[in-house]
Design a protein around this ligand. Structure first.
Ligand code: DX5
Ligand code: ZN
Length: 226
């Protein structure tokens, strides 16, 4: 099952409620919130109040992607705001294993996010406390970037590592997930797609129909394309 997760930082931030209502109608699977602290990445986007504000409009999972230097400090805040899943960067400060345990202690799903250049071996001793891995296919911080081709092989390699570990871990891909990149992203083993300006939030395209078009594309063979 391929899961579509709109990247809400790419939405019209002045019409987030209407956007979520349209995406609900279109049947997306979860919502991806990019949280940036201006230090781990040179940008700011949204915060816990935005997560809280949107919580009443959907029961679908909220996936909070913490692009923050000290993620462990923020887990409780986002858990209270209504997150269902929180991913933290392996490259950030602090103790990754402890942070993942803290996320799970809230009853949330714990994710590890990896920047494009970070090797998969950082996961070796946390697979047992990981529910999903967010592979960045662009350098984090900004929408509208270009997919880094080496990530296709990284997805396939991660899939093999997960299979060997016998852990139930999903692969999420985040960055320039588009009609061009989705086929190979799926063929190589990803199942959670962070969908931003490359697939969902396109100028002049109503977001609900963009989501339906994307679902149709995935269902009718995106994963089969050569
Ligand atoms: C980048 C963000 C991504 C990105 C996805 O740091 O995490 O969510 O905005 O959108 P596009 O499709 O513009 O790459
Ligand atoms: Zn993200």
């Amino acid at each position: 099952m391929t899961l579509i997760g709109p990247s809400l930082m790419c939405a019209d931030l002045g019409r987030l409620k209407e956007t979520v209502e349209a995406l609900e109608q279109a049947g997306v699977d979860y919502y991806h919130f990019d949280i940036m602290d201006g230090s781990f990445v040179p940008n700011f986007t949204m915060g816990p109040d935005m997560v809280k504000a949107l919580r009443p409009y959907t029961s679908k999972p909220f996936d909070v992607h913490l692009m923050a230097d000290e993620p462990e400090r923020h887990i409780d805040l986002f858990a209270a705001a209504g997150a269902d899943m929180i991913s933290v960067h392996a490259e950030a400060k602090g103790h990754l294993q402890r942070t993942l345990q803290r996320i799970r202690s809230h009853g949330l799903r714990a994710g590890v996010a990896l920047n494009p250049s970070t090797p998969l071996c950082v996961l070796d001793y946390v697979l047992d406390v990981t529910d999903y891995v967010c592979l960045m296919s662009v350098n984090p911080g900004f929408a509208g970037q270009t997919f880094i081709p080496s990530i296709y092989a990284k997805i396939a390699r991660l899939k093999r590592i997960i299979e060997e570990s016998r852990e139930e871990i999903l692969i999420e891909v985040d960055g320039n997930v588009s009609f061009e990149t989705i086929p190979r992203v799926l063929q190589n083993g990803a199942s959670m797609l962070v969908c931003g300006t490359s697939s969902l939030f396109r100028p002049g395209v109503e977001v609900g129909s963009a989501a339906s078009e994307l679902r149709h594309f995935i269902r009718t063979g995106a994963s089969l394309q050569p």
